[in-house]
Design a protein around this ligand. Structure first.
Ligand code: DON
Length: 317
């Protein structure tokens, strides 16, 4: 059966976005991440939503220019680079493509699987992905990761020294994870190099339109629809979307697939990006998080837009 493709006009996108905004932009609930000092003090009222289509059309509202910490969403960019560098088989074999069923920074998950992280979208798997990419040294590793973030987002994404300092001085749990990986043989560079570069990659700033552009680049099989650059090979985008489906929304990934039906990734900075393959990226930003670590308003905004426009990968008609 051929899948019916729904085409929408710019007015449809705009209306769906504004309707979602009217319903959810001031929704109460959730709390800023508190375990990273910087994130605890970002104003909780900030909120934005954006759509970028595979044709490069942009729709946005709210605090769409405000730059927030990319955090866990950076894992998608490093995964893209690891896939380009070592290939899909190595990523699956060395890191994995399954949900852990445990929190994103779980040590138990590692112990249960002989040090195999299972997913590049949890902290252990992300550090393993950092270590897998081709690099001469730590600065080269970092430069390549930052460059991938910039090309996916189509913007001069930069490191926030303030966020980075806040994270590098409090990331003891991640350092422990890095050493566990190293001792299990599932980290492929110096343990503290992987942890330090991983912490930097979480500490870059993006705005909501740039985040939606990142999603649109994945939706457009690796071509950034705003810069027109082929950022990664089309063959690698399905692997990224599959990983996002499995673990992109932390412990709520299954519920998200069940209720929304789109690959997505969130970060504890309050960002969330969902991908409608062949159609668009949808992003939202709002700092207060639910118990799983996902933005309370962001989830509602993204889900509402997808639902209004009839996008759910598992819907057959
Ligand atoms: O490593 C951390 O805990 C933070 N830098 C980012 C984590 C985040 O957004 C949740 N991770 N999956």
């Amino acid at each position: 059966m051929e899948r019916e493709r729904t085409f929408h006009t710019p007015t449809d996108y705009q209306q769906a976005m504004l309707h979602a905004w009217a319903q959810y932009a001031t929704l109460k609930g959730g709390e800023n991440a508190s375990y990273i000092p910087y994130l605890a003090q970002v104003p909780a009222h900030l909120c934005a939503v954006a759509i970028v289509t595979v044709d490069g059309e942009v729709f946005s509202t709210g605090d769409a220019d405000y730059r927030f910490a990319l955090e866990s969403i950076s894992k998608v960019c490093t995964l893209a680079l690891a896939l380009e560098d070592v290939g899909a088989n190595d990523v699956q074999e060395k890191i994995g493509a399954d949900p852990t069923g445990l929190p994103f920074n779980s040590v138990i998950a590692l112990e249960l699987h002989q040090g195999k992280p299972l997913s590049p979208l949890v902290n252990a798997g992300a550090m393993s992905a950092v270590s897998l990419i081709n690099a001469r040294d730590s600065e080269h590793r970092w430069a390549r990761i930052l460059n991938m973030q910039q090309r996916l987002a189509g913007a001069a994404v930069t490191l926030s020294d303030e966020v980075n300092r806040s994270e590098q001085t409090t990331n003891f749990h991640n350092r422990a994870i890095a050493w566990l990986l190293y001792s299990a043989g599932t980290l492929y560079c110096d343990a503290m190099e992987a942890c330090e570069v991983y912490t930097r990659q979480c500490s870059t700033l993006v705005n909501t339109v740039e985040l939606a552009t990142l999603g649109a680049t994945l939706a457009a099989a690796g071509v950034n629809p705003r810069t027109k650059e082929q950022v990664l090979s089309a063959a690698n985008t399905p692997f990224i979307l599959a990983e996002m489906t499995m673990e992109g929304m932390y412990g709520s990934s299954g519920d998200w697939a069940y209720t929304v039906g789109l690959p997505a990734k969130s970060g504890v900075g309050g960002g969330i990006v969902a991908v409608v393959p062949g159609v668009m990226g949808i992003a939202a930003f709002s700092p207060p998080l639910d118990a799983a670590g996902n933005s309370v308003r962001g989830q509602k905004l993204v889900a509402s837009i997808a639902h209004q426009l009839g996008h759910n990968l598992y819907r057959c008609g």
